[in-house]
Ligand binder design. Sequence first.
Ligand code: 13P
Length: 348
Amino acid sequence: MDVQESIDTQRLESTAKELVVEGKGILAADESFGTIGKRFEAVGIEANEENRRAYREMLFTTSEIGEYLSGVILFDETIRQKASDGRLLPQVLEDQGIVPGIKVDRSTVDLPLSPGEKYTQGLDGLGDRLEEYREMGARFTKWRAVITIGDGIPTRACVESNARALALYAAFCQNAGLVPIVEPEVLIDGDHSIERCDEVTEWTLRTTFDALREHKVHLKGMLLKPNMVISGKEAPHQSGFEEVARYTVENLLRSVPAAVPGIVFLSGGQTDVQASANLNAMNQLYTDLPWELSFSYARALQEGPMKTWGGDAANAEEAQRIFRHRARMNSAARSGSYSEDMENEQAA
Ligand code: 13P
């Protein structure tokens, strides 16, 4: 039997398309215990199970977010938690018209014998975990690989081993009827130029798609979640919106097959306004692309609301207003209709 006949390609394709429908993007709320712990600590919130639950309930119950968000990526703990009214959190999302997804990698470890590089683990037992998540209502998944730019790195060992893991992950997901979001992130950390980011991003994407093809992944039934092509955070020259937009889209045109329905960027440490403006510039400058250009942000959507909430239910309403505003700004960036003036408009 042809491999494409053994999986439900139609279901995968329609879910992938639904996730990049016009005007909507994805919220990544799948921070691991370690990551959310660090983010909470930075704004003075105690990291415990109840605070993580209450914080995510606050985000997911924000009114009108279903107009701006197509999907939310959850963490293993969150997919099992309930809102105060007893509904499971994936149900809360469904009730907002939002598709629940789940992060399925098991975080990064140091790549052995390769100082400064990371490898993403989580393939063992993945098939069984996917079955469980699907029964819990997840329709898509995410796996993040990390590529670091530095002296003599990335190495071929790092780029190729991570690409291989991403492809295997994607194959397992499609086999289980779940849409994989393939995330090879070239980190913004460092003082490298935008040209160096461009070169490493192209190498990473080409290697990833070679592996995806080798593993017979159905490209129309997946989404790509890449970094934008941007200068390193400590680089002396900081790239502007138009420069980021042109470098990024030109790179993707060389590296990403047209069969992929959508590209959903990570924010990767950009400020929230920068992430909206960069996405907006791409959609403004390029109006005839083979794929949708959208967002799947964690920090750029959550920074403001998390700080305002601060672990206190009394601040929930104001935090939700800020979250709704950010989601609306990124929704506008999807059609190139975002402007900095909109930042000052009071969200309803
Ligand atoms: P950032 O938008 O904060 O980069 O996070 C996106 C994400 O999901 C990383 O895996």
